[in-house]
Design a protein. Structure first.
Lengths: 261, 261
């Protein structure tokens, strides 16, 4: 079974939000923990699976309102482990993808704390499942690239558009809603056609989410139409042309009709 | 609960191999199925979770010995659904990443069959967890790219090395063992330094797997040293420099000492 001793830390992927997309291992780890430090991006349904006797500590970061900075989170985790707790650090998605795992791993290792990772379903996989599409297509979409559009506070988005504007790739932009106009303009300026299929997926995997199928030049309109303040993922590339809009999204998918099906 | 009617098809991600890394949803779907078509890459521990009353149909493809071609698999799935079965198509990893999902989705839709995707943990996430590392590093490894080194039979590997040789990216090469010499030579010729940290992970998440930490110029040696015939993933980039070799790999990780820690 899972190896979880007093003083251990597990960085656990909570997946995209749907508690059904938690792994069996993650579920067991949150049952064995004595304390769970969790992000603002962890789904409520996932948090509901944590047993009542486990101490819950929100350390949520969300665009624009950081409740704790990274070094404070690192310190909280380390202190709990040194006090002999069984620590779960629950992170939205996969801990290894745009989740600042390295800082927490290093902080633990510097104190001799045993720290392990339990992977989670990342948002791009969940968004593809929501849209009934593959992220790769044999011969057509042979590369899959993930970037984040979440810039440090006060910094402009600095992505290498020339390298990303590849018609044979699928591009997944994490935390992409606010940056949608830059993403669209940057990729088109770098040569990607304006009619490249494009999807904006809010809160992938959750019934409260929404999907917009559109094209690259109209992406900024889709981002404006999207009303939620939750996280959003943008998918760009020929593979998105095979996406199918779920029924639940039909009423809000006002840009879907812009796309020739 | 899960919506699974007679005549429906679910493409289900089996994850990297460890049955504990199956999602709760995938576990439920294989319990509700009447037939499961599965790949050679699906872990034995995952197959052991399928209840005895469910019919198991191997349609395994493995490098060099394809037991069924893709169109035969598509037809089997479609026929089972049209006969009113509850069909699970169980795929190693995530159905949306290098798994030929599009062919199966289109075959089902052409027959009016309702087809859905349940995402799975992809090998790159599992390999990063095995190595205790993040695939992305703030400011240093800002992009994560997945490619497959599995070429069509008789074709040479045709990857855009110039676009992939990015010192600020992490590159994950799926099915990469046989192509390791080409990957190493291609990236170095395109300008990536020979001492770029590199890992070869066989059978990520499984106790029978192995990990090799090395550097890009020595990657071919690591690939030769790796003895298993299971699938292997190659991770390349500065993020790999933070990887920690698990104890279970120590005895076979002969190239680990080549790396200055």
């Amino acid at each position: 079974m899972t190896d979880f001793a007093n003083g251990d830390v597990w960085l656990v992927g909570a997946g995209p939000g749907d508690p059904d997309l938690l792994t069996r291992k993650a579920e067991r780890l949150i049952h064995e923990a004595t304390v769970v430090f969790y992000d603002a991006l962890v789904g409520e349904g996932v948090l509901a699976l944590v047993p009542p006797h486990v101490r819950m500590e929100p350390v949520g970061k969300r665009s624009g309102r950081h409740s704790k900075d990274q070094s404070s989170i690192d310190r909280l985790i380390v202190e709990a482990a040194l006090e002999g707790e069984k620590v779960v650090r629950l992170k939205g998605g996969d801990p290894a993808i745009f989740a600042r795992a390295n800082e927490e791993l290093e902080a633990c290792r510097a104190e001799g704390i045993r720290v392990s990772i339990c992977p989670g379903i990342t948002a791009a996989s969940a968004a593809a499942a929501d849209l009934g599409m593959s992220l790769t297509l044999r011969g057509l979409a042979r590369r899959l690239t993930f970037v984040t559009a979440h810039a440090r506070a006060g910094e402009v988005l600095d992505l290498d558009w020339a390298a990303l504007a590849d018609p044979q790739a699928t591009l997944a932009v994490y935390m992409g809603k606010a940056a949608a106009p830059h993403v669209s303009a940057g990729l088109i300026a770098a040569g990607l056609p304006g009619d490249t299929p494009c999807a904006l997926v809010e809160q992938a995997s959750l019934p409260t989410g929404g999907e917009f199928l559109t094209r690259l030049d109209l992406l900024p309109i889709a981002a404006k139409t999207a009303l939620g303040d939750g996280p959003a993922l943008i998918l760009i590339g020929q593979a998105v042309g095979a996406a199918v809009l779920p029924q639940r999204a039909a009423s809000i998918a006002s840009t879907a009709s812009l796309r020739q099906r």
